[in-house]
Design a protein around this ligand. Sequence first.
Ligand code: BV8
Length: 228
Amino acid sequence: MPFQRIVVLTGAGISAESGVDTFRDKNGIWSKVDYRDVATPEGFARNPGRVHDFYNERRRRMLGIKPNAAHEALARLEPAFKGSFLLVTQNIDDLHESAGSKKLVHMHGELNSALCEACGMRRPWSGEMSIDSQCPWCKAKGRMRVDVVWFGEMPYHMGEIEKALDACDLFVSIGTSGNVYPAAGFVEQARAAGAHTVELNLERSEGYSNFDEAVYGPATKIVPAFIE
Ligand code: BV8
């Protein structure tokens, strides 16, 4: 590949063929539950137990789930770009790590991480969580939440992501509908930096017209083919 510096953005579609639900496809997560009840700070304040149940169910559904050929292809791609590779995922699952990706940031947080609202402590947390969960650090009870970014909250790693977008010469978006900002705006930032932009998705995303190139189909087919 003639490119030196790459940023890859992934969304729920890259994990779909591993058996993880997407959000906005038919029968997607947001067709079954109102995001305002389970993915906003207001929803958590209103009914924390409901939010804990929602994420406990997503933890349970992740048991036994494995990365697929698309995750594995990205893990193989990384060494080819030496230091100038950044994989930005909107996903909160750990399938990119399991596939071997290292230069990875979770801009919407991680299902297997917990945050204590009392002391700000973040730590791995793979079990169930409830309103009775106690912070292992400050011992406060009822202040634990899943360490993910809800609507209206600032995504993580934005400084590192913006720096990589402004320097990249290739931007590849995989398995995202392009509905959620700031992630949906990354392609324009990459274009402004002069990058070649590619969309790999099952179908056209909201932002399809911002891409120089597009391949549509299932990620397990089109992502390995693209990186080969
Ligand atoms: C922020 C939580 C500012 C974790 C998620 C009005 C009010 C309030 C906010 C806003 C507003 N208007 C705009 C906003 C901003 C808002 C936003 O963008 N709203 C949208 C909906 C209009 N964004 C935010 O609030 C963000 N924060 O702006 O903060 C700020 C600034 C300073 C200080 C403080 C705050 C925070 C956004 C993060 C929200 N958290 N989830 C969780 O529970 O997972 S969003 C949710 O959507 C997930 O995180 C997911 O990652 C994300 C994006 O979804 P996708 O990954 O794209 O999934 P989707 O199902 O949509 O699409 C799947 C795609 O895959 C499809 O295209 C499909 O075709 C394709 N596909 C399917 N199968 C396959 C496939 N492709 C290939 N192969 C297959 N097999």
